[in-house]
Each structure stands twice: as structure tokens, then as C-alpha cells.
Design a protein around this ligand. Structure first.
Ligand code: MG
Length: 387
């Protein structure tokens, strides 16, 4: 058994929206296919994945470094001990050969796209959904559905408060029971009015999280924390720069409710530093690392281990995502849940039409792998990739 080819295309993201820091209209995603020499129904069994949302395609790194290194590796070195799968950790080791430690940036996303395609390939070889393959591999009792919240709450140029309330009402109509909205793109006073407008629709603060997307300095982060304290929000996400652990530690002393961060930490070492210096509170705060941005599932599982050996629950992990890969990872590793971005970030964002969304949870069909081929807007890109 061996890998015969690895392909990548850059797919534009459909998202003419902005948070307090980033406009997504020019964003792209790397869609990767790993083709094996195993043939079923006249076609080679092929793993497909992408590198999550919000960080651009990684065509150069994949085509110049990672794909050539994979082809240079002895195929026998990439097979699991039982001989039935490809070993994702060995694939990761092969593609990272001669890479220096540290500096985990775009490289971590490129590696993730390829590593996750190996999990899709393995699940297809076993003819099971990816969550089952992941749970079996890591010896985890999987969860059968994923708690999901609707992430949005964007800024609108006109009639901002009414449109924000309408947006939240729309999510309720779609079956969501928990929500997240942006802050940090307006004055503190305006943002407080926006939070009140959202709460007037969703009810209690326990149903609503806010996300500053890393915008604030320490003083602003603390001011927002004090202003929001009485709302009792579900969590306060990425208040400051993702690598400024001291801001998190300051807030942990000052802000009584849950904090969340981690979607922009791309390595186990970064998470270790968050735990060492960020004062994340056990049984309260949330971690949000995304396997699609941080070397794939191999490293993500190490992050889960690190959390547990440091006294946190894996249910405190709510990976950034909003797509099919995150759904299967959350179920397979039995972590806390993830998000949905209803109506934006197509074609990779969102769940397939057969997925059941309701009562604040989502569950997949029994499609093999991540089920990406069942996504009508993504299928033409997959066909282009593997034709
Ligand atoms: Mg966020």
C-alpha cells in the first residue's frame, strides 16, 4: 500500500464579512487530496481535507517542501503497525523533515491539511466515518453528536442593532441555542448596546459568547471585562494578542466569568505556554485550538493530553472550526463542541445537507471519512482536484 500522488488547489472563501481585525473577502483555503494505490469500484481510494478557515491557502509550502518530501519517503515507513492504514504521525514526521523547531505559522496549516487528508483516507480504507476511525485510534469513547453554537454577530454599516437582533433570531430559527458575536470593532459603549440587543433576543448571558479577535491591549481588555461583568456571558474570547498570555492572566484575576482563547495557537508548545503563563482556570475557561491550523490531529491529540495532565477537562476544549472536519474531530475525541458560521465561509465552512442540526447540536450522516463529498458547494472543487 502506498501514496501515489498528493494534490493541492487553492479555493476562494465566500465571505464578504469582517471582524474587528480581519476582512475575509480575499481569503483562500488549501484543498488537498492524497491518492492511494488501493482501488475500489474502479477508483483509487483518496483522502481529502483542507486547512480550516481564516488563514489563507498554503500552496507554496505544500508544493515546494511537503509534497516532495512525502514522495521521497520510503512508502513502508508511512504504514501503521497493523498494516491496514497510513500512520498520520509518520506522515507528519516525514513532511517536517529538516524543519527547525518554533516559528509555527503558515507551515502548521499546510501540514494540517495534508495530515488530516490521511485521516480521511484511513477512514475510507476502513469504510467508516472519520469520527469512528479517530475514536478507535486514540482509544476514546466518542460522543454521538456535537454541541454547536452559531458564530456571527457581525458589524453592519446601517441599522446595526436591529440587524444584529435579526441575525440572532435567524440562528434560533435554524435550531441553534447558543451564540457568539463580535466585539472590539466599535466603541465600548456601542458594543455594550450591541450585546444588550443580542441578549434581548437570545435571553440569558449564559447563551451568548463574545469574541474580540485579539484586538485589545491589556487596559482595553480589562475595561471591557468590567463593563461586561454583569451580563454573565458564556465566554469572553481572544481579548488580546493570542501570544500575550499575560493579558489572559490579568483578566483571570479581574473578570469572574469564563474566558476563551487558543484558535491562534499552532503548536503544542504554544499551548504549554498558555497553560504555564495564561492562568487559564480549571473547570471554567475554554481552549479553542484548531487541528486544521496546528499540524493536524496528531498534534491536536497531544494538546488534549497536555490539557488533561495539567488538570483541565477535555470538555473545556471547543475547537475553532465550523466545518465537517471539526465535527468529526470533536465527536471522535469527545471534546467540548464547536461552532457553525451559518451562511458564510462557503464552500468549506458549514455542514453537509444531511447533517442534523437541532436543539443546539449537530450530527453527521454515516458517510465515510469526513463526508466532504456530500457538500454540494465543495464537491466541484474536489472533482477538479482528483480528476
Ligand atoms: Mg474567535
Amino acid at each position: 500500500m502506498k501514496i501515489t500522488s498528493v494534490r493541492e488547489i487553492s479555493v476562494p472563501l465566500h465571505a464578504n464579512i469582517a471582524n474587528s481585525v480581519v476582512n475575509f473577502s480575499a481569503h483562500t483555503v488549501s484543498l488537498v487530496a492524497v491518492v492511494s494505490d488501493v482501488v475500489r469500484d474502479g477508483k483509487p481510494v483518496t483522502g481529502v481535507a483542507f486547512d480550516s478557515i481564516g488563514r489563507f491557502a498554503q500552496t507554496g509550502i505544500l508544493k515546494d517542501r511537503f509534497i516532495p518530501r512525502l514522495h521521497e519517503t520510503d512508502p513502508d515507513e508511512l504504514i501503521s503497525e497493523n498494516g491496514r492504514h497510513f500512520d498520520a504521525s509518520k506522515v507528519l514526521e516525514a513532511i517536517l523533515r529538516n524543519e527547525k523547531p518554533g516559528g509555527h505559522g503558515d507551515r502548521a496549516h499546510a501540514a494540517a491539511a495534508l495530515e488530516l487528508a490521511i485521516w480521511d483516507l484511513n477512514a475510507k480504507l476502513e469504510q467508516v466515518p472519520a469520527w469512528r476511525c479517530i475514536a478507535d485510534h486514540f482509544g476514546v469513547d466518542p460522543r454521538m453528536e456535537m454541541p454547536v453554537y452559531a458564530a456571527g454577530g457581525y458589524y453592519y454599516p446601517t441599522d446595526s442593532l436591529n440587524r444584529l437582533a435579526d441575525e440572532m433570531r435567524h440562528y434560533i430559527d435554524l435550531g441553534y441555542t447558543r451564540f457568539k458575536m463580535k466585539i472590539g470593532g466599535a466603541s465600548l459603549q456601542e458594543d455594550m448596546k450591541r450585546i444588550e440587543a443580542a441578549l434581548s433576543v437570545v435571553g440569558e448571558g449564559a447563551y451568548l459568547a463574545v469574541d474580540a479577535n485579539g484586538r485589545f491591549d491589556r487596559e482595553t481588555a480589562l475595561q471591557y471585562g468590567r463593563a461586561m461583568k454583569n451580563f454573565g456571558l458564556r465566554w469572553y474570547e481572544e481579548p488580546g494578542d493570542p501570544l500575550d498570555y499575560d493579558i489572559m492572566a490579568s483578566l483571570a484575576e479581574d473578570y469572574p466569568h469564563a474566558l476563551a482563547t487558543g484558535e491562534n495557537l499552532f503548536s503544542t508548545q504554544d499551548v504549554r505556554n498558555l497553560i504555564r503563563y495564561g492562568a487559564m482556570r480549571r473547570d471554567q475557561d475554554y481552549f479553542q485550538m484548531d487541528p486544521g491550523l496546528s499540524y493536524g490531529l496528531t498534534d491536536f491529540a497531544r494538546m488534549v493530553d497536555l490539557m488533561e495532565t495539567s488538570g483541565y477537562s477535555r470538555r473545556q476544549l471547543q475547537p475553532h472550526g465550523g466545518h465537517m472536519i471539526a465535527l468529526h474531530v470533536v465527536m471522535g475525541l469527545n471534546v467540548g463542541g464547536s461552532e457553525a458560521y451559518p451562511g458564510v465561509f462557503a464552500p468549506v465552512g458549514g455542514y453537509t445537507p444531511g447533517c442534523r442540526v437541532g436543539d443546539g447540536t449537530v450530527s453527521p450522516t454515516d458517510a465515510v471519512g469526513f463526508g466532504l463529498e456530500e457538500k454540494p458547494d465543495l464537491k466541484p472543487h474536489i472533482d477538479e482536484l482528483i480528476q
